[in-house]
Write a protein that binds this ligand. Structure first.
Ligand code: UFG
Length: 330
């Protein structure tokens, strides 16, 4: 198949491009490179450098490349920033996605796989969280993802657009071998920050709150390896293209959680460089516990994650950061 991967030069996008190619598919990437990196793309992948906000270029790319399906990652992703600059987030994530949906139904009506997030649930009492849990996003970022999910569903009902929505939990790690990995301009993710701190780029790790209602008082998250998540996209694309699925929404996590302290213990063990830790106030908007009920994707799409050990996930992140201490800028 030929896939158009929108936002394919980013962290999750570039790992998905690689797994799609490994599965024998050809790939065209559509990316504005605002936070992605052309260096993250393998040879032989065509890059269309353009913006979803430019509807004409989206349509032109679909017409020129005639893909069989679209995988849509392109979005602004920072929770904190979304609260300070909501207009940018609604415009980029919602209007950008709308342009893509409209172009798809007007040109080829091909299946779409969409990157959503556990942030659509907000604080919930459900542990683990099933896909039909109530959704009350607490950030503008989460709200833009939920709005896009709703648009996709409406396009499915009105225009027969086939889709799969994947709601990611905490994505981490890097491709084994360490040649591509996480390189966000603004670093906020726990494992990435801990690795960069172990490299001496920061003095210490802050633990945001130790008074949560969890066994060790720190927040619990479900960490999923980026390559397993990329494989989930391959399964989703293939299920849609074969007609086995017309519409579906899936959590992507492992179904078990680790606290911030447990993650930092794993980083210490992998790097052999124990981090200085400091307790800091809670970070606004952090729910105490987010763990996926991940049964549906296993049962319906045959999802079979390979990285089930937190230390293995951390090891791949460490390998990437150690060999690329400044990301792709070197
Ligand atoms: N944390 C620290 N210190 C740090 C960084 C993070 O204690 O220096 C804590 C956070 O407070 C949180 C946990 O580590 O409790 C994980 O934080 P991350 O920033 O790594 O990830 P989040 O759970 O906040 O966010 C991730 C994605 C979001 C997505 C969300 C969905 O980055 O895009 O999961 O739950 F919306």
């Amino acid at each position: 198949m030929k896939l158009m991967v929108v936002g394919g030069a980013g962290y999750i996008g570039s790992h998905t491009v690689r797994q799609l190619r490994a599965a024998g598919h050809s790939v065209v990437v559509f990316d504005n490179l605002s936070s992605g990196h052309a260096q993250a793309l393998p040879e032989g992948v065509t890059l269309v450098q353009a913006d979803l906000l430019d509807a004409a270029s989206v349509k032109a790319a679909l017409e020129a490349h005639q893909p069989d399906a679209v995988v849509h990652f392109a979005a602004l992703i920072e929770v904190g920033e979304s609260m300070r600059a909501p207009g940018r987030y609604y415009r980029n994530n919602v209007v950008g996605s709308l342009n893509l949906l409209q172009s798809v139904v007007e040109t080829r009506k091909i299946p779409l796989v969409f990157s959503s997030t556990a942030a659509v649930y907000g604080t919930t009492d459900a542990v683990p969280i099933p896909e039909d849990a109530p959704m009350h996003p607490e950030s503008v970022y989460g709200e833009t993802k939920l709005m896009t999910e709703n648009m996709i569903h409406a396009f499915h009902v009105a225009h027969g657009l086939p889709y799969i929505i994947l709601r990611y939990f905490n994505v981490s790690g890097a491709a084994p071998g360490g040649d591509i990995g996480e390189a966000h301009p603004n670093k906020t993710h726990l494992i990435e920050l801990a690795c960069l701190t172990a490299l001496g780029q920061r003095e210490k790790m802050m633990i945001f709150g130790e008074d949560y209602p969890t066994p060790d008082g720190t927040c619990i998250r479900d960490y999923i390896h980026v390559q397993d998540l990329a494989d989930a996209h391959v399964l989703a694309v293939e299920a849609l293209a074969s007609g086995r699925q017309e519409a579906g929404t899936y959590n992507v996590g492992l179904g078990h959680g680790f606290s911030v302290r447990e993650v930092l213990d794993a980083v210490d063990a992998v790097t052999g460089r124990p981090l200085t830790r400091e307790i800091a106030p809670r970070r606004a908007g952090d729910p105490p516990r987010l763990v996926a009920d991940a049964h549906r994707i296993v049962q319906e799409l045959g999802f079979n994650p390979q990285f089930t050990d937190l230390k293995e996930i951390v090891r791949t992140a460490w390998e990437w950061h150690r060999s690329h201490p400044h990301g792709f800028d070197q």
